[in-house]
Structures are given as structure tokens and as C-alpha cells.
Design a protein around this ligand. Structure first.
Ligand SMILES: *[C@@H]1O[C@H](CO)[C@@H](O)[C@H](O)[C@H]1NC(C)=O
Ligand SMILES: *[C@@H]1O[C@H](CO)[C@@H](O)[C@H](O)[C@H]1NC(C)=O
Ligand SMILES: *[C@@H]1O[C@H](CO)[C@@H](O)[C@H](O)[C@H]1NC(C)=O
Ligand SMILES: *[C@@H]1O[C@H](CO)[C@@H](O)[C@H](O)[C@H]1NC(C)=O
Ligand SMILES: *[C@@H]1O[C@H](CO)[C@@H](O)[C@H](O)[C@H]1NC(C)=O
Ligand SMILES: *[C@@H]1O[C@H](CO)[C@@H](O)[C@H](O)[C@H]1NC(C)=O
Length: 792
């Protein structure tokens, strides 16, 4: 019985945990150390004294651990942070430091969040590499000449911003293949009609004229010396050139620690991935530095997302400086810029691009005045940025200037433990466009040290596990085929199990017929398809769905079903909690008498009295049709004689009916008192008399009757008979009439037809073919001169 009570206790606490929401941890339900520590609120004890229903529980709420576990036995890995590298901010030209700290080591448990604080400070004189990539088709000649003169100004302005500035120059035309350029030999060597003194050179895909250098005089001379070229179609191979300029790091001379700007200047659209097919080039762009020129004809143009990826990988900020030649061109580059991270877009003015210096400086300022942090955390780690700079975009700060320190917080949370057992993660947090980072070496605390053979508590083939398993973190890890707390059970021998302990007292069914006996314990058959129904108990004798129902609801919805019995809420009793203990429902409205004094309030309902003569009914036992108070029948005889002069006392009314005088009324609709009794008594076979009565004052009886009896109207039999006969006759006459009308209409039609035909008859004059003239001519062969003619 004690065990049962414990079972109830466990069940109840489980229900409570469920009811109180997901946040509460059910530590006791965790069976292994790993499961336990993957819940941030729980801790594992190797040798647990904590007793719960005769079974020691190893996993318990962490905050109370000192009460139930010796410190040496406790497994509860805790968060730790160690800063490995934290150089001071530095403006050093070769080694600028703008982010602090630079490297940390962090250990976190699943569900735990650590707020990592770090700072960013823009360094003065931070190195800047600017590579100017120009379309050198014939139409760009004017812009090239202006760039040559503006080069010095550009360099000086930039050097005003940072003394550590390097400038480079490159150009592009397109792939040397039809239909992009003409491959007719003389066209290939000199593709444009040159009127000016500038020589037109053979087209090329990309040419690096000047690697990044601080010598801006050379920039000017190189731009001056660069020769224009020509091609056939309007789009150019610009994307090919951008990729090359970004990935050929050594050739271009990009520095690791520097801001990388690439100004891309053109007046034409660009070819993208797929366009190569026009020239039979189908190999996708590999986004790597080409060894020789033939590679341009081997690989297709890059795609926009490739461009974005490469620019981001190499921390290059692209500035698209586009000649305003048409709206299509402009929108195309604007949209390209939107799809490439950290790129900007500007217009080269029609005065030969003289605003290029402004454009570059403005965009440079735009770039350096804001900082945005990104991370490369794997899916199981969640990182969210916040900062002290009131920015709408987390992890981004605008309005940064040299020397200003900005604080950031990266909230790092481990969402999940990996299943493959690899627990180390390297995460970098870095400002976009800058080649500096904060490296986090993250350790996921998902495993228990006591699970590995090296731990002191780990015992192979432990006696405690009947030599059938390893003792691991204080519990048995049974070998295959064994189970049970001490690996005492053999799964292959379940049929020959000792079932002695699986019978409930007085029962002949194993596990009450609702479970199987496994290793001396009942395993109840719970149907997973119906999670609302649960069988439980040491002998599976309990369930939470076989309680009494009332109104279709288990325990009337007023209690819990526990072990086939309703546990009612306060105020309710009964097998199905159907009884409301309060008596409110037994008292008629406007009264304070329980069940009108004619019954008992039972279970929230009146149970009315019943004697030999009287039978009280009604919700509040307020009705009693057979009681003396219900005197309709009794009073009706006097009402009959007094009002209608009929009935039993017709002759003796004055003698027998003296108790009251009936008031005669036209209508009985008004009710002078509430408990007025209405009576309807049949007078004779057909009529009903209507009256009512009530008590006034000291039981003075008042009887009121309707002046007229209610009689169903007498049916007039003769009228009925005549009516039926008349209607039959009328129906007959109507039928005759219809017949007459129809026949005369038919006759008229036939007559008219006849008349018509008669009129149309025509009598022609002619010989009757049947008629034979009655004249015969005879010739007398003997008669010669005179012939004899005979007439009719
Ligand atoms: C432990 O935490 C639980 C819930 O978070 C709280 O109810 C309980 O009071 C805490 N116990 C101690 C000793 O802090
Ligand atoms: C450089 O800065 C100084 C002072 O701020 C200014 O006078 C000068 O005109 C700037 N030079 C250029 C080329 O912008
Ligand atoms: C982060 O910075 C270190 C040097 O500070 C560098 O070695 C490492 O490659 C950088 N990592 C990334 C992903 O940029
Ligand atoms: C079964 O278990 C009961 C109680 O543990 C024990 O008394 C009985 O001897 C066992 N029977 C067998 C066949 O082992
Ligand atoms: C029975 O128990 C299960 C499991 O605890 C629960 O989900 C279900 O709601 C319970 N059913 C009733 C009717 O209380
Ligand atoms: C019933 O009452 C009506 C109206 O008073 C009367 O005309 C009729 O004769 C009565 N019938 C019998 C059978 O008493």
C-alpha cells in the first residue's frame, strides 16, 4: 500500500510539472548523466543518497545540489570563459588593432547563454588599398583622360584621410571571342576606328596596369599610358575582371590588414554567368586567379552571387562608378550593388567623370563610418548582437569616427548538443569589410567525464551490475541483452520470468491483465495512440479514464480521475463528482425555503416527499396536483352552478355552495397574486369551464370564473351534406361546360376547314374522258353517192 501511495505521489508531481509549463525541468526523469547535464537546471550525482520511492535518483535540480550530493560526486559542468588574446587598440601601421579582445575560450552547457562583451575602435591611419578598375573600351576614353589628371587629387585627398594609402589601376574589355569581340585579324589587332592620335590596342579580358602602390605619380602615368580598345557587343566582361582583381591577391598586392576598395568604372552593362555559351564557353567560373589568358576562354562569366561571395570573403568594398548613359544601365548597376554586400553605387558625372574623387571619398566615409559585425557560428550555436549605439540593425553601428570606442555584446547560446560527439567549435566574429576578428573557441559541455573509462568512478564488469555491465556515473550500463537496475534481467529469458511479484493481492491476473511481467515488474500496456489514457500502478491496476461519467464528462468535469476513482474538487461530492454540496439549487427563486418544505436537498437537487395521498413534484417540490390545495375539481361544481347554472349542484346551489361566491369576469389574464391556481375543468362532454382561485389574507378563498365556457363550435351536419352535394353538382356542371366548350371549338374548326376547302374548289371545263359521244358512223360499202347520217 505504501508503494501505491508513492506512485500517486510521483504521478501527481509529474502532472504538476506538466501543468506548470515547459520551463520547469523534470530532473528526476533523466536517466543518464548526459541527459541530465544537457538540462541547464539539473545536476548529476554519482553516489546519490537521495531517495525517491526506494530508488535512488541521480539527477536533481542543480541549485539544491549541496543538500543531496557530496561535492566530489557532483557532475555539473559550469560555464567558463578565458581570454586568450587581448592586445590593446593600436594605430600601428603594420599591425593595427581595432577589436578587443581578439581571442577567447568559452565553455557552455546546452541552453546556457553567455554575454560576451567586446569593443571596437576605429584606428587612425588605418591602411587603405584602392584599386581602380576601368572599362577601357573606346567610349570611355574621355573618362580615362580625366582620371589621369584627377589621380593626384584622389591620392592626396585619400592621404589626408590616411597616410597609409595605396593605389592601383587595372582595366578590362571582354573575352577575346566572337560574338564579344571581332576575331577578324585586322579588327582583332586594331578594333576601333581611330581618328585621334591615341592608338587602339587589341582587346583583352583583364589587365593589371599598376599593382597597389604608394607611388601615385606612377598611377597617373599608367593611366595616361593605357590605351583604349574596342569590342563588338554592348555588355562588357566587367564581372570577370572584378573577380580577377579580388582573387589575384599577390598580383594586385592587397594587404591583409587594410580596407580594400575597388572602384569599378564603366559605361556599359556586364555579361553574367551563362553568356559564355554564346562563345561556346560552358565551364562555370572557378573564382580563382587565372594563370594565363586562355583561362578567360575556358571559363564562363561569374554569377552575381559568386561576386557577392568573393567580395565578402576578401573583404572588398566595391564602388560602382557608372557613367549615366541610360536608365537601364543605371538600374542594372543599382540592383547589382544591392545584391553585393558592402558595395556602393555612384554616378560619374557627364563632365568626363570629374566627380570621381568626391565619389570615392564619400563612399569611403560611408564605409568607415559604420561597422557591422557578422559571425560564422554553426547551426547549434546562436549568436545575437547588441551594442550601445542605438542602432536599428543589431550588430551595426553608424556614426563611427576615428578614436571612438563602441561596446558590443554578443549573446552566445548553445541550442543543441551535437549528436556526432564533436564538441569543439571555432567561431569568428568580425567587422564586415575588415580583416580583423575575434576568435571564440567554444567547448560544448554536453558530456560527462564520469562516462569515460578514465574516471575514478568508472568500473568495468562491475559487481553492482551483476558482472553484466559497466558502472558508469553511478548507474549500470548493461551489456547487450541485459537490462534492469543492476543488469539483473535477461531480455531473452522473459518467458521463464519469476512472476510472483506481478500479482496484485487477491488478483489472479498478471499485472491486472493490463500489462506484462518483465523481470519481476509490471510493464503496463499504454497505448501510444491515445495519450489521454494512461494505465499505471505497481500492478497496472490504475488508469485515469475508467471513472464514472456524468453528462458525458469524466467525473462531471469537476475532478480528476485517479486510479479509476474520481477525486472531486472542493464543493463537489459523489462517485462522479456530480453532487454540488451547496444548496443553492434547491431553493426556489424569491424564496428561502429549501425544497418548499416538501423535500430534501440531495446532491444539489430536491428529492420531493411522497405520501399515500400527496405527490410533490417540480424542481423545488412546489407542485402537487393531487394535494387538497389543488382544489379545482372540488370547486368546479359550485362554479358550475353559480356561474352557469349547471352541474351537480344545479338544483341545490344555494344550499351546497355557501363557502364562496364566484366572481364572474370577461378575462382571467391578470394575476392578482403570484401563486394563483388556474383550473380547467370539463363541464359536460363538449365544453370546458375556466376559473382560478387564490387565498387572500387569512385564507379567504377568492374564486374567479370566465363568463363564457369554452365550447368547441358545433358542426352543422346538414350544411356539410348540402355543401358536399352542391360542390359535386357544381363540379359536374363545370366538367360538362368544359366538354361542351371543347367540342364546339373542335366543330367550329372543322367547319371552317371545310368552308375553306370548298372556297378553294375550281371547276374547269373539259371533256369528260369517260363520256362517249352517242353518234355512230356507218359506211355502207354499197352506197356510193349519198351517205346516210343518223342523229340522236
Ligand atoms: C531552486 O530553484 C527552484 C526553481 O527554480 C526554486 O523553487 C527553489 O527555491 C531553488 N532552491 C534553492 C535552494 O535555491
Ligand atoms: C587635406 O586636409 C587639409 C586640412 O584638413 C586641407 O587643408 C587640405 O585642403 C586637404 N587636402 C586635400 C587634397 O583635400
Ligand atoms: C582571424 O584572425 C586571425 C589573426 O588575428 C587569423 O589568423 C584568422 O585567419 C582569422 N580568421 C578568419 C576566419 O578571418
Ligand atoms: C520468485 O520471487 C519470490 C519473491 O521474490 C520468491 O519468494 C520466489 O522464491 C521466487 N521464485 C522463483 C521460482 O525463483
Ligand atoms: C491521463 O494521463 C495522461 C498522462 O499523464 C494525461 O496526458 C491525460 O490527460 C490523462 N487523462 C485524463 C482524462 O486525465
Ligand atoms: C353541455 O353544455 C352546453 C352549454 O351549456 C349545453 O347546451 C348542453 O346541453 C350540455 N350537454 C350536456 C350533455 O349536458
Amino acid at each position: 500500500m505504501f508503494n501505491l501511495a508513492v506512485q500517486y505521489l510521483i504521478i501527481h508531481s509529474c502532472v504538476w510539472v506538466f501543468a506548470s509549463g515547459q520551463s520547469a525541468s523534470n530532473c528526476a526523469a533523466k536517466e543518464t548523466c548526459e541527459e541530465c547535464i544537457q538540462d541547464i537546471n539539473c545536476a548529476w550525482c554519482i553516489n546519490s543518497e537521495n531517495d525517491n520511492g526506494g530508488q535512488s535518483v541521480h539527477c536533481n535540480p542543480k541549485n539544491e545540489s549541496q543538500n543531496w550530493c557530496q561535492q566530489s560526486d557532483l557532475i555539473s559542468p559550469s560555464m567558463s570563459i578565458q581570454v586568450n588574446k587581448d592586445l590593446d587598440f593600436s594605430n600601428d601601421i603594420d599591425n593595427p588593432v581595432q577589436i578587443r579582445p581578439q581571442a577567447v575560450k568559452l565553455s557552455l552547457r546546452k541552453g546556457e547563454t553567455y554575454d560576451l562583451r567586446f569593443k571596437f575602435k576605429s584606428a587612425a591611419n588605418y591602411p587603405v588599398d584602392l584599386y581602380y578598375l576601368m572599362d577601357l573600351s573606346k567610349s570611355m576614353e574621355e573618362y580615362k583622360d580625366n582620371l589621369a589628371t584627377l589621380g593626384i587629387q584622389l591620392a592626396e585627398t585619400m592621404m589626408n584621410i590616411t597616410t597609409n594609402f595605396r593605389l592601383g589601376f587595372g582595366s578590362f574589355i571582354d573575352k577575346r571571342e566572337l560574338p564579344f569581340v571581332s576575331t577578324v585579324p585586322q579588327k582583332l589587332s586594331s578594333p576601333c576606328v581611330t581618328t585621334s592620335k591615341v592608338k587602339c590596342v587589341s582587346p583583352y579580358s583583364f589587365k593589371n596596369h599598376l599593382s597597389l602602390s604608394a607611388d601615385y605619380q606612377r598611377f597617373v602615368s599608367q593611366v595616361k599610358a593605357a590605351k583604349v580598345s574596342g569590342n563588338l557587343d554592348s555588355p562588357e566582361g566587367g564581372l570577370d575582371a572584378i573577380i580577377q582583381a579580388m582573387v589575384c591577391k599577390a598580383k594586385i598586392g592587397w594587404r591583409e590588414q587594410a580596407r580594400h576598395l575597388l572602384v569599378f568604372s564603366t559605361d556599359a552593362l556586364f555579361h553574367i554567368a551563362g553568356d559564355g555559351k554564346l562563345a561556346g564557353v560552358i565551364e562555370p567560373n572557378p573564382a580563382r586567379c587565372y594563370e594565363d589568358d586562355a583561362d578567360y576562354l575556358t571559363y564562363d562569366y561569374p554569377s552575381v552571387s559568386q561576386l557577392n561571395y568573393v567580395a565578402n570573403e576578401n573583404n572588398v568594398n566595391i564602388i560602382f562608378a557608372i557613367v549615366k548613359k541610360g536608365n537601364d544601365l543605371f538600374t542594372a548597376y543599382k540592383r547589382l550593388s544591392l545584391n553585393v554586400k558592402n558595395s556602393n553605387f555612384g554616378e560619374l558625372s557627364d563632365k568626363g567623370g570629374k566627380n570621381v574623387v568626391h565619389l570615392v571619398v564619400d563612399n569611403y566615409n560611408k564605409i568607415v563610418q559604420s561597422v557591422k559585425f557578422t559571425h560564422d557560428a554553426p547551426a547549434e550555436v546562436d549568436i545575437k548582437f547588441t551594442s550601445n549605439c542605438n542602432s536599428a540593425i543589431p550588430g551595426r553601428c553608424g556614426d563611427i569616427h576615428v578614436g571612438k570606442e563602441v561596446d558590443f555584446v554578443a549573446s552566445i547560446q548553445v541550442r543543441d548538443c551535437p549528436t556526432d560527439g564533436s564538441l569543439a567549435r571555432r567561431i569568428t566574429i568580425r567587422p564586415e569589410g575588415l580583416n580583423e576578428n575575434l576568435t571564440i573557441d567554444l567547448d560544448l559541455l554536453c558530456e560527462c567525464s564520469c562516462s569515460s573509462p578514465g574516471h575514478a568512478s568508472f568500473k568495468r564488469d562491475s559487481e553492482q551490475c551483476n558482472n553484466q555491465g559497466n558502472l558508469k556515473c553511478g548507474i549500470c550500463d548493461c551489456f547487450e541483452g541485459r537490462f534492469g537496475r543492476n543488469c539483473q534481467c535477461d531480455s531473452s529469458l522473459s518467458s521463464s520470468d519469476n512472476v510472483t511479484n506481478c500479482f496484485m493481492e487477491g488478483s489472479t491476473d498478471i499485472c491486472s491483465g493490463a500489462g506484462t511481467c518483465k523481470c519481476g515488474k509490471c510493464e503496463c500496456q499504454n497505448n501510444n495512440k491515445n495519450p489521454n489514457q494512461r494505465i499505471y500502478g505497481q500492478f497496472c491496476e490504475c488508469d485515469n479514464y475508467s471513472c464514472k461519467r456524468e453528462g458525458g464528462l469524466l467525473c462531471s468535469g469537476k475532478g480528476n480521475c485517479n486510479c479509476k476513482k474520481c477525486e472531486c474538487q472542493a464543493g463537489f461530492t459523489g462517485d462522479a463528482c456530480e453532487c454540488d454540496e451547496s444548496q443553492v439549487n434547491c431553493i426556489a427563486p424569491g424564496s428561502d425555503i429549501i425544497c418548499s418544505n416538501h423535500g430534501k436537498c440531495q446532491c444539489g437537487r430536491c428529492e420531493c416527499e411522497m405520501t399515500d395521498n400527496n405527490r410533490y413534484t417540480g424542481k423545488y417540490c412546489e407542485d402537487c396536483p393531487s394535494c387538497p390545495a389543488q382544489r379545482c375539481e372540488e370547486l368546479s361544481h359550485c362554479v358550475q352552478c353559480q356561474v352557469y347554472k349547471t352541474g351537480k349542484y344545479e338544483k341545490t346551489c344555494g344550499i351546497d355552495c355557501t363557502a364562496f361566491e364566484t366572481i364572474v369576469l370577461e378575462s382571467l389574464d391578470d394575476n392578482p397574486v403570484d401563486d394563483i391556481k388556474k383550473c380547467k375543468i370539463p363541464d359536460n362532454d363538449t365544453c370546458i369551464i375556466n376559473f382560478d382561485y387564490y387565498y387572500k389574507g387569512d385564507n379567504n378563498l377568492v374564486v374567479r370564473a370566465l363568463k363564457k365556457k369554452v365550447c368547441p363550435e358545433q358542426a352543422n351536419v346538414t350544411a356539410w351534406i348540402f355543401g358536399v352535394i352542391a360542390s359535386i353538382v357544381i363540379a359536374g356542371i363545370i366538367l360538362l361546360l368544359i366538354w361542351k366548350i371543347l367540342t364546339s371549338i373542335h366543330d367550329r374548326r372543322e367547319y371552317a376547314k371545310f368552308e375553306n376547302e370548298r372556297k378553294n374548289l375550281k371547276w374547269g371545263t373539259g371533256d369528260n374522258p369517260l363520256y362517249k359521244e352517242a353518234t355512230s358512223t356507218f359506211a355502207n360499202p354499197a352506197y356510193k353517192r349519198n351517205s346516210v347520217r343518223m342523229s340522236k
